[in-house]
Design a protein around this ligand. Structure first.
Ligand code: AMP
Ligand code: GLY
Length: 432
């Protein structure tokens, strides 16, 4: 198949890499890709948000499938635009991508579909939002409605913090239009995990569970990031929870959207909170609640989950994109996986760029798979070009082996001010 992967991060490198391992050989393109995808695909100098450019390229080149990685082009209607030209695309249409693009819309769909999630109320008036706070107790969660680059959520421990967050969003317009409406939401107690579901408009097949590490420092301390590592499977998701997640969370959303005339195809990513025995049960009465939905593969979850898939990945993506997904399309290999993000020092704040990277081949020789997140080729060498630079994945018969392989790879890699967490998968190890 001729396949275009849209995006240029670790997620897109992992998608292209997994496609390159298929039993059938593909011709793979990435727009714009990075130094890692350049080794297995042809990079096209088109930004992921250049909808017109990507559509024009696709009309000219006629790929069999376009796989869209990031949320921004999905929300802006890239899939709608491609389909209008008769080009098959993996990812939801803009109306479906609102599940990620608008937290209010997602809440409303969940309510209509009876999906367990935190109780929430929407406000445009700051005083009314503040007046509602006592009814939610503490902590309480304040969320900007729209896309805010992962920064639009404040878990407030005190009323003052909650009021400041409301003022930041509704009065100071800190997030612009994305914060013109806020949700005040019930705090959910427990451990988070990620479920990526392949969806074809009607049916869904769950990919293996995973867990992200959102905070910058070990022990889940410090500011939130795009994700500093992940592992799969996540033991907080027990086998007995999987049918519940599919039948009570994923499928009802897909059906509710279908009822509204929205055929949701692509990945529906559920960020879930699992409340432990003895934890505070949410108003929904369920121990498993939706924290958020995303309309795409997670990053770095994808770098941990895709290496665990066997079979023909292109077929799974194509069948989801064309409405004929079958459970046999997803083949899970027995190995477990872990991925460690190497970031530029200073991230998620300001950081340096264009620093030469060494040790990539040595890391691969240790058995790790190195996905590039923020790299480019400069003067014939690979240099840093983003906050999250590399995602180093290990596979193993046990999670310990997977983690050890990932860190063996990480130890070979160097660039100025490289930083990574040393405790990836700590929650899984802490359980036994
Ligand atoms: P979101 O952008 O919705 O994923 O939120 C970012 C992070 O804030 C989540 O990954 C959670 O760690 C936290 N969070 C969001 N909503 C809640 C909630 N209702 N209860 C507890 N934590 C939450
Ligand atoms: N890893 C979190 C996300 O992709 O949104």
């Amino acid at each position: 198949m001729k396949i275009l992967v849209v995006g240029g991060g670790g997620r897109e490198h992992a998608i292209a890499w997994r496609l390159s391992k298929d039993p059938v050989k593909h011709e793979i393109f990435c727009a714009p890709g990075n130094a890692g995808t350049a080794a297995i695909a042809k990079n096209i100098p088109l930004h992921a948000e250049n909808i017109d450019g990507i559509v024009a390229w696709s009309v000219e080149e006629q790929p069999d499938l376009v796989v869209v990685g990031p949320e921004a082009p999905l929300v802006s209607g890239l899939v709608d635009a491609l389909e209008a030209e008769g080009i098959k695309a993996f990812g939801p249409v803009a109306a479906g991508a609102r599940m990620e693009g608008s937290k209010l819309f997602a809440k409303e769909v969940m309510k209509a579909a009876g999906v367990p999630t935190g109780r929430a109320e929407a406000f445009t008036d700051p005083e009314k939002a503040k007046a509602a706070l006592p009814g939610f107790g503490l902590p309480v969660v304040i969320k900007a409605d729209g896309l805010a680059a992962g920064k639009g959520v404040v878990v407030a421990e005190t009323l003052e913090e909650a009021e400041t967050a409301i003022d930041d969003m509704l009065v100071a317009n800190k997030f612009g239009d994305a914060g013109a409406e806020v949700l005040v939401e019930e705090f959910l107690d427990g451990e988070e995990c990620s479920i990526l579901a392949l969806v074809d408009g009607e049916t869904a097949v769950l990919l293996p569970s995973s867990q992200d590490h959102k905070r910058i420092f070990d022990g889940d301390k410090g500011p939130n990031t795009g994700g500093m590592g992940a592992y799969s499977p996540a033991p907080v998701v027990t086998d007995s929870m999987l049918p519940y997640i599919r039948d009570r969370i994923i499928l009802p959303v897909v059906q509710e959207l279908a009822k509204r005339g929205i055929k949701y195809r692509g990945i529906l990513y559920a960020g879930l909170m699992v409340t432990p025995e003895g934890g505070r049960i949410a108003k929904s009465g369920s121990r498993v609640n939706v924290v958020e939905f995303n309309a795409r593969f997670g990053d770095p979850e994808t770098e941990a989950v895709l290496p665990r898939l066997g079979g023909d990945f292109s077929k799974a993506l194509m069948n989801a994109a064309t409405g004929c997904l079958a459970s046999g399309d997803v083949v899970v290999r027995p190995e477990m996986s872990a991925t460690v993000i190497i970031a530029s020092g200073g991230y998620p704040g300001a950081y340096l760029k264009s620093k030469p990277i060494t040790g990539l081949d040595a890391a691969a020789a240790k058995g790790a798979v190195v996905f590039h997140c923020g790299t480019k080729v400069e003067n014939g060498g690979v240099v840093t070009s983003g906050g999250r630079v590399l995602s180093v994945t290990g596979l193993g018969a046990t999670l310990r082996e997977a983690v050890d392989t990932a860190y063996a790879g990480v130890s070979e890699i160097a660039f100025e001010k490289a930083y990574y967490r040393k405790d990836i998968a700590h929650r899984a190890f802490g359980r036994n």
